[in-house]
Design a protein around this ligand. Structure first.
Ligand SMILES: [Zn+2]
Ligand SMILES: [Zn+2]
Length: 276
């Protein structure tokens, strides 16, 4: 009887830790939620690009495609929010017009390449939408040069290969390394950013075997090559080209075909959540 009671007590204690102390250091896993996984435009397969990373102290969002509107399903809005923008193609910023729905109580910091504030001010304004200055919380801009920055967490950015200037990011936070590289063709900088990463999130704009030298994107083979050459521990594919991946089945075929060459391959869909 005594043993049973002790056992029950331990279960309750563990439950208590799980339920009430999610930030307990040894218990904390970083959560990565794919809010939008389409490239180019929204379809039945999902919204355009946005990924939420929940660390112990910060909520971090990569890109502001239409998927960003779903962020408040997952975050309390009580932590500082950092939004990293890769580039200004609309499938990565169109969701900015939904910023007015949020209540980020610790403010929003938008990080991006040099010139970010000027470009966004030309778009996030009347008559298109509510300007930054009128949002119900503080918005700060952090324009980053190529290199390493203490954002306040360790951040590295490098240029990728795309028809317009586009940054890939490598963040080290809570002892985990996450690399986000989209949009891009196969390039050395993506490999450098993803070196030994716990998770590489990259794009799959092209079908297996498809090439697009005039408008660089990745097919699954080249995405896997980047993950293998960088020794990334996990690879998640998103930014599936809306015009070529028309159904979830098309994405599932990528998983089936390529998981043998990269075990644990994640083929993301909207609202998928993984822990690292
Ligand atoms: Zn894109
Ligand atoms: Zn693009």
């Amino acid at each position: 009887m005594k043993i049973d009671l002790l056992f029950s007590y331990q279960i309750i204690q563990n439950l208590h830790l799980n339920l009430f102390s999610p930030s307990h250091h040894t218990m904390f896993y970083m959560k990565v939620t794919f809010l939008g996984t389409n490239g180019w435009y929204d379809t039945v397969t999902g919204n355009t690009c946005s990924v939420l990373v929940q660390s112990e102290k910060f909520d971090i969002i990569f890109d502001a495609g239409n998927g960003i509107a779903k962020a408040d399903r997952y975050i309390t809005q009580e932590k500082p929010v950092y939004l990293f923008l890769s580039h200004f193609h609309l499938d990565h910023i169109a969701g900015l017009h939904t910023l007015v729905k949020f209540k980020f109580r610790k403010g929003l910091t938008i990080c991006g390449q040099p010139g970010t504030k000027e470009v966004l001010d030309s778009f996030v304004r009347e008559p298109f939408t509510v300007p930054f200055a009128k949002l119900p919380y503080q918005v700060n801009f952090l324009e980053l040069s190529e290199g390493e920055h203490p954002v306040p967490f360790q951040t590295e950015c490098r240029w990728l290969v795309h028809p317009v200037p586009c940054f890939g990011y490598r963040l080290v936070i809570d002892n985990k390394t996450i690399t986000y590289c989209t949009d891009t063709g196969f390039c050395r900088n993506a490999i450098i950013l993803a070196r030994n990463a716990d998770l590489l999130i990259t794009e799959c704009g092209l079908l297996p075997g498809e090439q697009s030298p005039e408008w660089p994107h990745l097919n699954p083979e080249n995405a896997i090559r980047i993950a293998q050459e960088s020794d990334a521990k996990r690879l998640a594919l998103m930014h599936f080209g809306a015009e070529v991946y028309k159904t979830q089945h098309d994405r599932a075929m990528v998983k089936k075909q390529f998981e043998p060459s990269f075990p644990g391959l994640v083929v993301a869909s909207d609202d998928l959540c993984i822990e690292i």
